[in-house]
Design a protein around this ligand. Sequence first.
Ligand SMILES: Cc1cc2nc3c(=O)[nH]c(=O)nc-3n(C[C@H](O)[C@H](O)[C@H](O)COP(=O)(O)O)c2cc1C
Ligand code: SF4
Ligand code: SF4
Length: 650
Amino acid sequence: MENRTHIPIKKEYLVDNVLMNESVDLPADVEKMMRLLRRAKVRHPAVFVGTASSGVISGAGDTLDEIRKYLDERNIRADVVETGSAGYSSMEPVVEVQMPGKTRVAFRNVTAGKLSSVLDGIFNSIIPEEHVLGQHRDRALEIWKDVPFIDELPFFSLQKRNLLRNWGRISPLSIEEYIATGGYRSYVKTVRSYTHEEVCDIVEKSGLQGRGGGGFLTGKKWKVAHSVFADQRYLLCNADESDPGGYANRAMIESDPHRLLEGVLIAAYAIGTSRALIYIRNDYRIAIERLEHAISQAREFGLIGHNVYGSGFNIEITVRKGPGAFVCGEETAMISSLEGKRGMPRPKPPYPAVSGLFGKPTVVNNVETLSNIPAIFENGPDWFMSIGNESARGTKILVLSGIIVNQGIIEVPLGTPVKDIIYGTGEGIPDNKTFKAVQIGGPSGGFLTSENIDTPYDFSSLASEGVYMGSGGMVVLDESCCIIDTVKYFMDFIQKESCGKCIPCREGTSRMLEVYENITRRPVDANGHTTLERFKGVMQLESLAGVISDTSLCGLGQKAPNTVTSSLRHFRSDYEEHIFDRECSAGVCKELRLFQIDVNKCTGCTVCAPKCPESAIIGTRHHPFFIVEEKCTGCGICYDVCKFSAIYVK
Ligand SMILES: Cc1cc2nc3c(=O)[nH]c(=O)nc-3n(C[C@H](O)[C@H](O)[C@H](O)COP(=O)(O)O)c2cc1C
Ligand code: SF4
Ligand code: SF4
């Protein structure tokens, strides 16, 4: 792996002058070196490209090759730096360029074909307007005229990027650059100066709650594990993240792996263990590579290993790959998987903090939770307490997706109203469509509608609306989305992911899915009896939901009915439409769709009729065609092929 660092700097220099230096401010000459290291100042041009998974999917690999080719062909001396994601997924590949003496400028959607126009421009001091996103703020550098500042763009203005502060800015492959941002200083200070109890106290005082879904106080959990007498304890970092649409943990590791490692190391010290494991899904290839690379660098720097910086603290970190089953993210299932058994949950108590991996006290923490730790030690627990609201402290990372202008990963203070996130950071719904709902928390989450969209985004406020934060998914739905279809999708996921250990979850979720399949399918005949059967199925959903959540063993089953009950509460009329009218007005439920031809628009071009697999379209050339309702299965092929928009969903 490349991008180690652009200026030769001895490890010993960083250890002696930065990591072991306990004063808050570094001497001016060292600070100057740090600025160069993190490329706050550059001596020749530097080109940055985000090669986290979201960038690679959008073509960042080709862009990177093209950058190298461009520079070679023109014999231009410039640093080429791979960074992580900058968060704005819908704008990737993102390329940033920093010219000596000037602020860094970010460009969006720079696929390989657009690269030369971007670089031709900026190397000649001309900003190509069609690609520019904005410039970063740096008082020590000259700004570009007429280029917006990134932090003033709507996507960034509400955000408070503590965890994301290095994203897109430094190379995730360089420990030197992480150290140059202040990294690992807190850890070294912690192991050399604090007792285990003091570390737990600081984290408890900060009010940090677990970000993996449960919201349990992190410092408290650490204290429990530390207080249990044992010859061995374990720290497990939960990087399983298998809920649909959730990719924030992956992006955190790909963009700033040393931040997570520093959190893991401080946590391990706090609970008094020498063994930390990071459990990550096998298919997170880039994240695993970057994590393992970061671990080997930290080991080289003496941050991992025996007697860290003379403190007497010994620590080893191992990456363990999981199969990517949703249930393996549940802490006891994860422990079982790590013990070499099938990944199935077990009853709690005993909680893992008391009896976990191989029966030893084990702290399980989420990637985001642990990534918060370095900043708490850098700025103090009161600083952390000052962010957020009364009930929840700090920031939260969200994955903003669905029908929204700005999609991506964002970080906002806990307590930010959901409405502000959608209309501020997300810039609302595109194409003047109407907002319908926002689904929060993935498979175990729920809906907010325009009536309660003002709800603050924190654990308790959301819970009071029947919504669970989960791992931070936020999917925005507009009028063209079908709530029933959305719930069916999540129920299908949950039913497939149920480990099958307990009957209510295994059978109950299958029954629920059946109800959804039934009401989104056209009944064989349209008599009242069939309608009654479908109605009865929906009536049963609520009692089924109660049984499943009350009697299931783990959170998967307990939370599985949330989306169902939440949709029943807010979208009764959508259910009625599907049951009684056998219609999906959004036109999403394929089997309920009935297509018709607008006689005023149809030109009789004949394109649709031969394409219809059911031969349901009849007509004569140059005259309006007609769809035989009884034959139409709603496949939509005709709708897709008509060039005159003459076919519509009834
Ligand atoms: C079905 C299921 C899946 C879960 N998946 C994850 C996951 O991917 N990552 C995670 O950190 N926690 C997940 N959790 C929560 C964990 O069990 C556990 O509460 C969490 O890792 C604790 O860390 P925290 O205190 O830092 O939040 C899941 C829980 C359930 C019930
Ligand atoms: S609730 Fe579902 S996933 Fe959890 S143990 Fe029971 S069957 Fe398995
Ligand atoms: S493709 Fe459209 S315009 Fe052509 S016959 Fe079919 S409905 Fe009419």
